[in-house]
Design a protein around this ligand. Sequence first.
Ligand code: FA5
Length: 345
Amino acid sequence: MLGQLEKLKQNALQELENIASAAKLESWRVHYLGKKSQLTAILRSLATLPLEERKTVGSQANEVKTALETSLEEKGQLLREAKLTAAGEGHIDITLPGRPFPVGGLHPITQTLYEIYDIFASMGFQVVEGPEVEWDYYNFEALNIPDEHPARDTMATLWVDFETEEGKRPMLLRTHTSPMQIRVMEKMEAPLRVIMPGKVYRYEASDATHVPMFYQIEGLAIDKDITMADLKGTLYEFARRFFGEDRKVRFRCDYFPFVEPGVEMAIECLVCNGSGCRLCGNTGWIEILGAGMTHPQVLKNGGFDPEVYNGFAFGMGIERMPMLRYGIDDIRLFYGSDLRFLRQF
Ligand code: FA5
């Protein structure tokens, strides 16, 4: 039986030499190593042999099996390589890894918006969006800024008047997100806590800190016993979470016709830590938002009784936030489409 095994091995290996296709290789495998092969029959018959013979034949049969299996594996590899080379000959090297698809990322302003949503969501604020093309009524009138009010001059407006049968109705690209205060009040019941993000437009020339289209997030809270302490607490918490625990925050009086009293919130300059630099105009502070207690007339315009309800509102420019955090000294970089800048975030 030992001679039979040796012969089997020689025949198998010789045949294998001449094989040139995967199909033939498979037939070879079935013939020499398959369930009905001579080798399998020998291995099965081992149990019937006397002990001594079983040992020698068994070890020889296993050795042949291993040799055939190894040769089969090697031949398979050779055939696969030959096939790849033939396919690629004169064309391309198809064994090279493919070109990766470029994967985009979120714009730094979008990232900032998402981060701010998370902070306010954790304080119970929900996000509400509204139109960028707005009626004069919501953008100005209902916010205590009637025609000819000097506050209109602070927001150079892009008008897109709307023709109706009765004549022109004043329409504009919203100059701030504050019109959403009225829209939300008209639709929602108190108590309410909302933030209202979006693009706003001003007819202004661009410079290092101004662009004609930028993002704001408006905030509004209305309930029965809201105080200035609630406003300050909410904005302190926001500044602490966004700019870090130790960053100093300052509130000062300011004027916006739709709040009374009105304040501006500034944070200690992140570039010079308050000692004065170009970014903060040597003051050590940078204003990031306007805020205040909702004016009673504005509550009335939104359908709330100011004898029962009160509220606070704030509005922040978004581009300034990453500018401060990363020391970016020109706002136009965000909208310049320079991928070398944008890919850093
Ligand atoms: C307002 O727009 C008020 N609606 C804010 C407000 C809301 C006050 C609710 C009270 C209650 P202001 O015009 O100051 O305020 O603009 C707010 C922020 O927008 C500024 O602090 C600044 O960060 C940003 N901003 C203003 N103009 C530009 C501009 N041209 N480019 C980029 N950011 C600007």
